[in-house]
Design a protein around this ligand. Sequence first.
Ligand SMILES: [Zn+2]
Length: 128
Amino acid sequence: MEQPDHSFRAALRRGVGGRCPRCGKGALFAGFLAVAPRCTHCDLDFSFADSADGPAFFVMAFSGFVVVAAALAVEALYQPPYWLHALLWVPLMLATTLLPLRPAKGLLIAVQFHYKAAEGQPARGDGP
Ligand SMILES: [Zn+2]
């Protein structure tokens, strides 16, 4: 029987592909960005998965850099009319934000799973 791959690389690959970060077989998402309650294959509870605004931040930073750099370059070189700018950059903005958003969310959830990252908890024991 084949041993499951618990490497960081495998977790990243599963996350980007929208698969369960533990088994790589069940679906991580129940919609475009909604995380499924649990894995349909290994029954991993996905309630730990809280990527918050992380994916949106990284995608916006990437998209902003690409679109603004392209718009500035085209304006400096050709000075096209504004309607042409809108025609060029609106689809590019949509493509560079919507397409990578789901893989980015899966990636961050996979990293969270791999490193067992969780919200901070109060220390137990005798205390200070
Ligand atoms: Zn699974």
